[in-house]
Design a protein around this ligand. Sequence first.
Ligand code: HEM
Length: 171
Amino acid sequence: MSELIKNPTAMRKLQDEVCKTESSGIFAKADMLGATTTPYLKAVVKETLRLHPPAPLLLPLECMPDATVLGYHVAKGTRVFVIAWAIHRDPDSWHAADKFLPERFLESEVDFRGGHFPFIPFGAGRRICPGMQFTLSTIEFALANLVPTFDWELSDGMAPEEHDMSDAPGW
Ligand code: HEM
């Protein structure tokens, strides 16, 4: 919601898409939110997970055998943290990496299901998050109902660039 409020063009596009989808009543229903009916909604969720991964270091892993990764030796038993936050903002993988641009996902095959390593908000491999689909349905449903219901803006006339979106540990 913060990124959308800071980016009114994206907010308007999403409101238009969701409003078009709602054929009856004011609330979007979960079964209206398909890839063909609401592609922009899905792109907004992806772009948010890219810029603000809720698990920025994923979960700690332990290297089971001795391994060599890109020339670095990782000894058996080493605790490994994968810094998804930095991977998601790597300019070698992402154009305008620090910008909120949901459009980047519209014509792209890049997904978070573990097949594209530049984008791993739910991890990858056999320990990939089993709550992924539940999470996505919940977020899409909530967003599709919040966005068209009100006209959202920053409080006290704050300009979008004044709204601080820098991340910090929350524990
Ligand atoms: C935005 C929401 C969520 C994010 C970003 C997220 C992210 C993650 C990540 C990064 C991992 C580690 C994957 C890896 O090591 O490769 C993980 C594991 C896990 N997640 Fe989630 N998760 C979310 C929501 C949920 C929900 C809603 C549930 C349960 C209903 C859930 C259940 C689990 C479980 C059980 C694991 C451990 C899987 C294992 O080690 O085999 N997650 N999640």
